[in-house]
Design a protein around this ligand. Structure first.
Ligand SMILES: Nc1ncnc2c1ncn2[C@@H]1O[C@H](COP(=O)(O)OP(=O)(O)OP(=O)(O)O)[C@@H](O)[C@H]1O
Length: 226
């Protein structure tokens, strides 16, 4: 369970989010460009700090401004995958995968490599990978840090349609085979329909709707998008 109650002044509005996110399966964060989706992700992973408020993950405090607690991003047990894979170009895939992992469990390594189907890529450099393969390696690297939660910030946006479809099926497998909860940022309703069980809708830095994917797809707000 992710319990969020934060406020952060941004350039054109104050971002405010107060809700509990039930971390099971995929929760999509949906909103138009500039609505505050990346801000929410970066508040959760600790790359930015709220002006006021708190975030608790499974009863553990990640940040609490009143109590002057702010856990460093690398200590939050949260993995983040961004729009671009951000791999080290001078390291082979295997070193990119293991770079951030403190202690490596070889069974877990094999499991993640199998689920993401990246075993044949381990000795290649990033320049020798397609966009979809790079993103699978970036997901593998995030998972090898043993996160309790995986954040994905528009992970498909740099991919063409066939690669998008392919990566979506890998994201399904993360949930079904590895049982990792995912918060997935997108402005694409088809991606939401395809993988999310719950949806939070943001507009101008405010949470305007939250519910199951079926409920949200029926909402008047989303009818304008369809
Ligand atoms: N560190 C910051 N300080 C002040 N304003 C910011 C900061 N980061 C983002 N903003 C502004 O806050 C708003 C929300 O940005 P954010 O990147 O969270 O939106 P988004 O929904 O993720 O957009 P996109 O879909 O285009 O990535 C934007 O108007 C942006 O210019």
């Amino acid at each position: 369970m992710l319990n969020i109650n934060v406020s952060k002044k941004l350039a054109s509005f104050v971002f405010e989010f107060k809700h509990e996110i039930n971390c099971q399966g995929v929760t999509a964060i949906l909103g138009v460009s500039g609505s505050g989706k990346s801000t929410l992700i970066n508040l959760i992973n600790g790359l930015i700090k709220p002006d006021i408020g708190y975030i608790n993950l499974n009863q553990e405090t990640l940040v609490n401004t009143e109590k002057h607690v702010c856990i460093a991003p690398e200590k939050r047990q949260i993995g983040t995958v961004f729009q671009d894979a951000l791999l080290f170009p001078h390291y082979r895939v295997i070193k990119n995968l293991t770079y951030g992992a403190k202690s490596l469990n070889s069974e877990r390594f094999d499991e993640i490599v199998t689920v993401l189907n990246i075993g044949s890529l381990l000795n290649r450099y990033p320049a020798m990978l397609s966009g979809g393969e790079k993103q699978r390696v970036a997901i593998g690297r995030a998972l090898l840090t043993n996160p309790q939660l995986l954040l994905m910030d528009e992970p498909l946006s740099a991919l063409d349609m066939p690669r998008k479809k392919e990566l979506l099926s890998y994201i399904d497998k993360l949930v079904s085979d590895l049982n990792i909860p995912i918060i997935y940022v997108t402005h694409n309703i088809n991606e939401v329909k395809r993988i999310a069980q719950h949806v939070a809708v943001l507009e101008q830095g405010k949470l305007i709707d939250y519910g199951s994917t079926e409920q949200i797809l029926q909402s008047n707000y989303l009818k304008e998008w369809l």
